[in-house]
Write a protein that binds this ligand. Structure first.
Ligand code: PGA
Length: 230
């Protein structure tokens, strides 16, 4: 069973940039079922038939109604998304998202039959005060132990876009704790400064089930190198 590899484009790309990206992504689409691309929502529909799974980067916690600017789970589904990232640290911080609202997003996605990729991760301050475990537990607290089919992305905030990556034993410990918290199998991805040079070590030496890749995913050749390892 291949590991899951997710490209997070964040707020990057234009129609021609993404067309070039797909044209230059060198792997056979048929052998890339484990590859997911989280595009800005405005481009999802245009790339729904390009052969890779698509993901949203966020979703409303509400089903529908007077929520100007928001995008519902049903709308993402209509545009071809089968996954959606929720709880990314950038959205938590910039959009002031709470653990409760993120859990509501998860429920909306579940109803729309979209797989959530639920992000958790600690700041440097939390890490340095050795509070990572309780911080992650707090972020997971809205999910009961019997939740099924979860995909969780462990993304330490201090590792995102910085070139810093936790040690193999730090990642393994966090991932083990997350998996042990649930009674059913959960997949745990790692994200934060993953690139073609460090991906193999992370995949082989830790117990992660895949990778969430930001900056390095914007280069289709580099992203394909990582995807090939999964
Ligand atoms: P990065 O971002 O790979 O650029 O560190 C990862 C993410 O934020 O998902």
């Amino acid at each position: 069973m291949p590991k899951l590899i997710v490209a997070n484009f964040k707020m990057h790309g234009t129609q021609p940039f993404i067309e070039d990206w797909f044209t230059n992504f060198p792997l056979e689409k048929a052998s890339s079922k484990h590859v997911v691309v989280a595009l800005p929502a405005t481009y999802l529909a245009s790339f729904r038939d390009y052969g890779l799974c698509l993901s949203g980067q966020n979703v409303s916690s509400m089903e529908k109604g007077a929520f100007t600017s928001q995008i519902s789970a049903e709308m993402l589904k209509d545009c071809g998304a089968s996954y959606c990232i929720i709880g990314h640290s950038e959205a938590r911080e910039q959009l002031n998202e709470s653990n409760e609202s993120i859990h509501d997003k998860y429920l909306q996605l579940k109803d729309a039959n979209i797989q959530s990729i639920f992000c958790v991760g600690e700041s440097l301050e939390v890490k340095e005060s050795k509070m990572t475990e309780s911080h992650l537990e707090d972020q997971l607290s809205a999910f009961d132990n019997d939740s099924e089919g979860l995909i969780i992305a462990y993304e330490p905030i201090w590792a995102i876009g910085t070139g810093l990556v936790p040690t193999i034993s730090e990642i393994t410990e966090v991932v083990t704790n997350i998996k042990e918290r649930f009674n059913n199998p959960v997949k745990v991805l790692y994200g934060g400064s993953v690139n073609a040079s460090n991906a193999q070590n992370l995949l082989e030496k830790t117990n992660i089930d895949g990778l969430l890749v930001g900056g390095a995913s914007l280069n289709p050749q580099e992203f394909a190198k990582i995807a090939q390892l999964c």
